[in-house]
Design a protein around this ligand. Sequence first.
Ligand code: NAD
Length: 342
Amino acid sequence: MIINMPIETGSYDIHLDFNSMNDLKSYTKNYQEVFVITDEILYHIHAKRLIESLEKDPIFEVVKSGESSKSFITYESVINSLISKGIKRNSLIIAFGGGVIGDLAGFVSATLYRGIDYIQIPTSLLSMIDSSIGGKTGINTKQGKNLVGAFYTPKAVIIDPVFLETLPDKEYKNGMAEIIKAAMIKDSILFEKLENNSIGLLEMLERSILVKKHIVDLDPKEENLRMLLNFGHSFGHAIEQKSGYTTPHGFAVAEGMVLAVKTGIKLNITNKMVLKRMHNVMDKYDLGQLKEEPLKLIDQLLFDKKFKNGKLNLILVKDIGDSIIYPITKEEIYECYHKETH
Ligand SMILES: NC(=O)c1ccc[n+]([C@@H]2O[C@H](COP(=O)([O-])OP(=O)(O)OC[C@H]3O[C@@H](n4cnc5c(N)ncnc54)[C@H](O)[C@@H]3O)[C@@H](O)[C@H]2O)c1
């Protein structure tokens, strides 16, 4: 199946299917040279499959696996290496990997020679339904994640779920947390299907991608509505920080969503039934439950730099599939949890 991203977001096709790698040649045939940016793990496991999907051998640029590759150092070394290997303004770059590779290779493509065509082939669950959709690219700085980047849309996104066969369980769960998030903010049918175990992989991917597409279409440059995608993430970041980054991102987001639901209930915004259903779904996908004392996390959250003019745009749900942006002060958050202890 093909999902088209409209003009405002660059007008490109997302190919989603088993065997969608067969569609790759129709894009690459017009380029003299094809360069692939990937990480060591993907190169080791799947380079052969990628080469088989191309007419001629590409030139590989392989970086270390993991978040540390979204850095200035790796960015610079990739740029220098691509230039020395002969990349030209009219070459093609393929980003082949998870969200780290998509963000790094997308940013390299956006900036080298002021912009080279690129294609995303996401291989992790998270990158298939989230990071490869919407044109955000970037790297991290010492001060924080994704602080340097560009909105730069690919020529196509090729999603072939076959790659998920080799994805480690922990990474699969990271992606599942984002799928549950998509359901919570905009797709109650997806949520019901997850609850009832009545959804196949392709439909689950499609519905999650459509949630992201819908929100990105409404707010391509992240000026307002795109914030809805941060559901669970403010608390999630607090959980990650509190654990010294030992809690995997997906678990932190899942726990962050529970905390956001609890907060919404305390503020009389969220339907009380949502909490039970959230817990059920998290159990089903083995995403763990909130272990930290909410108040301790709130303390952590209060240090969040995202507070602007004393308020944080917290994402809450009224009900499953119905999310809102709720500007809230530190005092309000603290107060609603403080009451609980008396
Ligand atoms: N641009 C955006 O809109 C956006 C949105 C969400 C997240 N992100 C970014 O995405 C990144 C996280 O992405 P991620 O979770 O994919 O991390 P990742 O790219 O580090 O991949 C996770 C791990 O899985 C491995 N892997 C990936 N696909 C595999 C496969 N098919 N088989 C075996 N191993 C495989 C990778 O080598 C890596 O070790 C973060 O940097 C985050 O900031 C970006």
